[in-house]
Design a protein around this ligand. Structure first.
Ligand code: GLN
Length: 557
């Protein structure tokens, strides 16, 4: 072998572990994603991963009302909503190995044990579970030769359930070398009104918990709702052994997209680079600072109604809301989101909630609750020519609404609701009289397991000419992410098309209907996929951008 063909040994990735303390809900995901952002924007290749302590195998079976939206990657993994933050802040597609839950690790360990892989040995948390955790981190870090791999550990330090993750993070320092592993700990500084001061004790205790496991944090991110003076930073430093320059007081800001800029202002990128021996370039472009500037500018508002069924909507529809915001910014507007409870439309009228909005969105969802209210909202959008965007269930219900009120298929509905409707199961004659314009396909009928069995992940879609969708995307073939069990029923395709429903997108083999539109309307599009998962704050998403433009026109018309 000559010198010039000699291969370069693969470089060692740097690992950053992000843990949390004091309480949950501090924005650990945003913090981790922002660190990814400031490093990637300075020329490094970055991957991210979330470890969740639940014994669930994936996030697909978790209730979005409690846990927030289920995010879906292009390769079809059902993940925690933090993966959405990572993709948006990195402007990069992630894959299934970026989301690991305890159940997932145990499932494969137990399968190995049953197969006899550990014959004669006991299988234990240390080393078997911790080794599996470390392997997951290493695989994700090395598969594309990333410079930096950021791992967010779910929950807070001290949770019994999260021990194996923290312990694995500690061992990584021994395995990979001190120079290659960095620990970032996110804490909270409460404000005590009575004494008018920000308190550091809970943060000190949380660092002590971390140190008792053997991890000395390198960086402290101190989340707070009140400005923090230098003496507080000095005090934290004294008690935690973290240098003052590596302690970042992070005040709650109006937009999460500002966080990378705040980190930069504090030179966090330099602190990280120094500790890990990384060489950073200058910012590779100005798109992020420009985005933040645009977000902060005073702008007119566009009011969009989001018709859903959960009351804590911020997390439940996280990606939809971020997509709407990003699209509004593209048009130099701010989003004014009107949350409309579908159940309330059923008891009042759609006009009560929708008369003054510029656009209407019905997002994805499961189950029968609120369905009729959503259908009324869609009817309102169609009849009153208010721009409409239907996402997944929002597309399926647009088909139901059109079938019932335009195509004259009186008992049109989705087969999903038959499974739940006691009245219909008790009365097969009634059930037989329904028209399943949305139905379960043959290959889905025998599925009894709920986990991981839907149509998931990225699918190609061909767009028809002369449609809102093709105009929005500016191309004929697209790829978008799915997460649903039911499909448009081709039995009704001709009848609905004759009545005026435009089939604007299908899978390349023409078997699955992916997009429906209505022509005599300023903008009416329903998509079987979740367009919100591919929207990025920098550019917005073609469909959301076109929808918001139409809404703004509708407002000023
Ligand atoms: N419940 C519908 C289905 O399973 C829609 C799913 C969704 O909106 N994500 O097909």
């Amino acid at each position: 072998m000559t010198n010039d063909t000699k291969s370069v040994p693969p470089k060692r990735p740097k690992y950053i572990f992000v843990t949390g303390g004091v309480l949950s809900g501090l924005g650990k995901g945003i913090t981790a994603a922002s660190i990814g952002n400031i490093l990637k924007e300075r020329g490094l290749s970055v991957n991210m991963q979330k470890f969740d302590q639940y014994i669930n195998v994936d996030a697909g079976t978790l209730n979005p009302g409690e846990h927030g939206e289920v995010f879906v990657t292009d390769d079809g993994a059902e993940c925690d909503l933090d993966l959405g933050h990572y993709e948006r802040f990195l402007d990069q597609n992630l894959t299934a190995d970026s989301s690991i839950m305890t159940g997932n690790i145990y499932q494969s360990l137990i399968a190995r044990e049953r197969a006899g892989a550990y014959l004669g040995k006991t299988v234990q948390v240390i080393p078997h579970v911790t080794n599996a955790v470390k392997n997951h981190a290493r695989q994700a870090a090395t598969k594309n030769n990333y410079d930096v791999h950021i791992v967010e550990i779910g929950g807070t330090v001290g949770d019994d359930e999260g021990f194996h993750f923290i312990e694995a993070a500690r061992q990584m320092m021994m395995d990979e070398g001190r120079k290659n592993v960095l620990y970032v700990h996110v804490v909270f500084l409460p404000f005590l009104k009575a004494s008018d001061e920000v308190k550091t004790k809970p943060a000190q205790n949380s660092v002590r918990d971390l140190r008792s496991i053997g991890i000395q944090p390198d960086v402290l991110i101190a989340r707070t709702d009140h400005p923090v003076k230098n003496d507080i930073v000095d005090k934290l430093s004294l008690y935690t052994n973290v240098e003052p320059e590596a302690i970042l007081p992070l005040l709650t800001v109006p937009s999460v997209y500002e966080v990378p800029m705040l980190m930069e202002k504090h030179n966090l990128h330099k602190v990280i680079a120094k500790k890990l021996g990384l060489r950073l370039s200058a910012r590779t472009n100005t798109r992020w600072p420009k985005l933040v500037k645009k977000i902060k500018q005073t702008k007119p508002e566009v009011t969009i109604a989001l018709v859903g069924k959960y009351t804590s909507m911020l997390d439940t529809y996280a990606s939809v809301i971020e997509s709407l915001k990003a699209a509004a910014w593209q048009s130099d507007y701010n989003l004014n989101l009107r949350w409309v409870d579908a159940g309330e439309i059923e008891t009042n009228s759609a006009a009560t909630f929708l008369a003054d909005v510029s656009g209407i969105v019905v997002p994805g969802g499961f189950g029968q609750r609120g369905i009729e209210g959503k259908i009324q909202a869609i009817k309102y959008a169609r009849v009153n020519k208010v721009p409409y965007l239907g996402l997944c269930l929002g597309m399926q219900l647009a088909v139901v609404e059109f079938a019932r009120h335009v195509a004259g298929i009186e008992h049109a509905t989705s087969q999903e609701f038959a499974a739940e409707n006691e009245q219909w199961t008790a009365r097969p004659d009634l059930s037989a009289s329904r028209s399943w314009v949305i139905h379960l396909m043959e290959n889905q009928k025998n599925i009894t397991n709920k986990g991981g069995t839907m149509r998931l992940g990225g699918w190609d879609c061909v767009l028809a000419d002369d449609t809102f969708s093709q105009a929005a995307y500016g191309t004929k073939q697209i790829r978008e992410r799915h997460r649903h069990r039911y499909e448009f029923n081709n039995k009704y395709r001709e009848q609905l098309a004759k009545a005026g429903l435009v089939i604007a997108g299908t899978t390349p083999d023409d078997q699955l209907v992916e997009i429906v539109e209505i022509k005599e309307h300023p903008w009416f599009v329903g998509v079987q996929y979740h367009a919100e998962f591919t929207s990025r704050p920098i550019s917005g998403h073609p469909l959301f951008n076109a929808f918001i433009s139409a809404a703004i026109k509708n407002k000023t018309a």
